[in-house]
Design a protein around this ligand. Structure first.
Ligand code: MN
Length: 232
């Protein structure tokens, strides 16, 4: 048996402290999981069950890379987020057991074509064109739990060209990491290699060509991304 073309290489992410890499399976994202961000998006931050959308695994962009300004948007937004890296398979996971499924944590930027996302949202259409585009998921190295412990608090921040845009604390998550894992695992069978972007705090805003975007969470690496010219 041979393939009709060479299969794509598995997408993977560096792991701090080792030359081994974390192979990415799926990327799940939580919507509106900080109250102040829900309000800035024009929504009531009631504690309704978390809701999810996805990005393709090959949307991953490594740290210190340039992301070309994406097509079909005039309103590319940054969303700095705590990312949970899942290390073992499970479904219908109890909140009390959920942290056993975490391999590590990283800092991610849920890049968003806000104009396309809001148009889809307001028309009741899927979010894929706004959220799941090429190179929409810059991420740092994953830090194993063995190194950083479980992250339930700590500063989460983002700067554009040195100016602070987002500055909050992970403890402000409406649904915390164990609760997100438990809920997600009732909808999908979680697998090693899954990533969960847990939602962004307030302060999202537009990026332009040439911007240097830096963001971090206490205990994890600083994510640095440059926005480059659109691809031809
Ligand atoms: Mn997000």
């Amino acid at each position: 048996m041979s393939f009709i073309f060479t299969p794509h290489e598995p997408v993977s992410i560096e792991v701090r402290g080792t030359s081994d890499r974390f192979p990415v399976h799926r990327i799940y994202c939580v919507g509106r999981n900080y109250a102040a961000h829900a309000r800035e998006m024009g929504k009531d931050p009631e504690r309704e069950p978390p809701f999810f959308f996805t990005k393709p695994a090959d949307a991953i962009v490594p740290n210190n890379a340039t992301v070309p300004y994406p097509p079909r948007t005039n309103n590319l937004h940054h969303e700095i987020e705590l990312v949970v890296a899942i290390g073992k398979a499970g479904r219908n996971i109890a909140v009390a057991d959920a942290l056993d499924y975490v391999y590590g944590y990283a800092v991610g930027n849920d890049l968003t074509r806000r104009d396309l996302q809001l148009e889809a949202r307001d028309k009741g259409r899927p979010w894929d064109t706004g959220k799941a585009f090429d190179k929409s998921a810059p991420i740092t190295a994953i830090v194993p739990v063995a190194q950083c412990g479980h992250i339930s608090k700590g500063r989460i921040w983002l700067k554009v060209n040195g100016e602070t845009r987002q500055d909050a604390d992970v403890s402000e998550l409406i649904w915390n990491v164990p609760e997100v894992i438990a809920e997600l695992s009732t909808l999908f069978t979680l697998a090693p290699g899954d990533l969960i972007f847990t939602g962004t705090p307030a302060g999202v805003g537009a990026l332009k060509v040439g911007d240097r975007v830096e963001g971090g969470i206490d205990g994890l690496d600083v994510l640095v991304t440059t926005i480059g010219p659109s691809e031809a």
